[in-house]
Design a protein around this ligand. Structure first.
Ligand code: COA
Length: 332
């Protein structure tokens, strides 16, 4: 009997035009290109224009994914946006994207998912459940961020890390044609005992912070080296969990598409998989940590440049504030 398999039928991504290099940052805070590059693998990040909102970035990425899939936006039956830098507290950025796509009349559900840098993986996992459960057939899943709005541009330990961008995929109910291509499994976890290691300094219920720079809702605070250790541990575990759940050996994974936060974290996950870096999709150098947008951006880049090919086994993974972490295994 054929079963429903959620399949990615189109990808898209968008990076704002303005680039901020390590050399530009060295004029703003006490840092160097050499320090940033050796510690993080980042060379530059993209910064949204003043009038460019998270929903704008999301909409462009979505339009590209819709075009790549060869479908009409009106045929979507759900929109999920993963972000921690939403346009407004409410309404959900997903409803704003629905409107910008010109499909508000469709009345399809559109809502946001908040799991920081793991947000896209969490959103894919939700979409998977809707599709496998028969509640939706075609879902637009977006990761989009304007991290530049919540970064403290005086804090050299965090402002060097983040950037703006968006990535999107169209997930569709498939499997009836007898092919095996599609999402095999997703695995998601949270551990709230580490909230304070990576958080914003203010918010709605907690109230506004003592403003330095960053937005009125606070700015990014991070204990970098502690986050680093926890990320390496959690990502190592999630990789093992995904392989075990699917009875797979490490060498069967063709491509690792990791959260693009830091080259050193990515290298240690690749090592755990015994993977050479030639099988890892790396875009962190060009855009830094774009939080929920980083995995779909990297995926889109590798799909469009032809590295990811039909039949290959792709492992997506991410780690973020909360802590949250997760993976998605896909037969392309
Ligand atoms: N330029 C130059 N020096 C800097 C600097 C910068 N941009 N940022 C921090 N430093 C200094 C510190 O002040 C410190 O100086 P000191 O020894 O005189 O006190 C020194 O560098 C070491 O700081 P530390 O924070 O221990 O550096 P690190 O080796 O841990 O690297 C990170 C910092 C942020 C690059 C690293 O911790 C990291 O990658 N963490 C994970 C971050 C991440 O990916 N988070 C997102 C997960 S979703």
């Amino acid at each position: 009997m054929s079963q429903i398999i959620p399949k990615i039928i189109g990808t898209g991504s968008y990076l704002p035009e303005k680039r901020l290099s390590n050399y530009d940052l060295a004029k703003m805070v006490n840092t160097t290109d050499e320090w940033i590059y050796t510690r993080t693998g980042i060379k530059e990040r993209h910064i949204a224009a003043k009038d460019e909102l998270t929903s704008d970035l999301a909409t462009i990425a979505a339009q590209k994914a819709i075009e790549a899939a060869g479908i009409e936006a009106s045929s979507l039956d759900m929109i999920l946006v993963a972000s921690c830098t939403n346009d407004l507290i409410f309404p959900a950025t997903a409803t704003i994207v629905q409107n910008k796509l010109g499909i508000s009349n469709s009345k399809i559900p559109a809502y946001d998912i908040s799991a920081a840098c793991s947000g896209f993986i969490f959103a894919i996992s939700s979409a998977e459940a809707y599709i496998r459960g028969g509640m939706a057939k075609r879902i637009l899943v977006i990761g989009a961020e304007t991290m530049s709005r919540i970064v403290d541009w005086n804090d050299r330990s965090t402002c060097i890390l983040f950037g703006d961008g968006a990535g999107a995929v169209i997930l569709e109910a498939s499997g009836k044609d007898g092919t095996e291509a599609g999402l095999i499994s997703t695995h998601i976890h949270s551990d709230g005992s580490h909230c304070s290691l990576l958080q914003t300094t203010g918010g709605v219920s907690q109230g506004p912070p003592h403003l330095k720079s960053g937005s009125g809702l606070g700015f990014v605070y991070m204990q970098g080296n502690e986050v680093y250790k926890q990320a390496v541990k959690a990502l190592g575990h999630i990789v093992e969990e995904t392989l075990e759940a699917n009875n797979l050996q490490r060498e069967q994974i063709d491509w690792l598409v990791p959260h693009q936060a830091n080259i050193r974290i990515i290298k240690s996950t690749a090592k755990r998989l015994d993977m050479g870096m030639d099988r890892v999709i790396l875009t962190v150098e060009q855009h830094g940590n774009t939080s929920a947008a980083s995995v779909p951006i990297a995926l889109d880049v590798a799909v469009r440049d032809g590295r990811i090919k039909p039949g290959q086994l792709i492992l997506l993974e991410a780690f973020g504030a909360g802590f949250t972490w997760g993976s998605a295994l896909i037969r392309w």
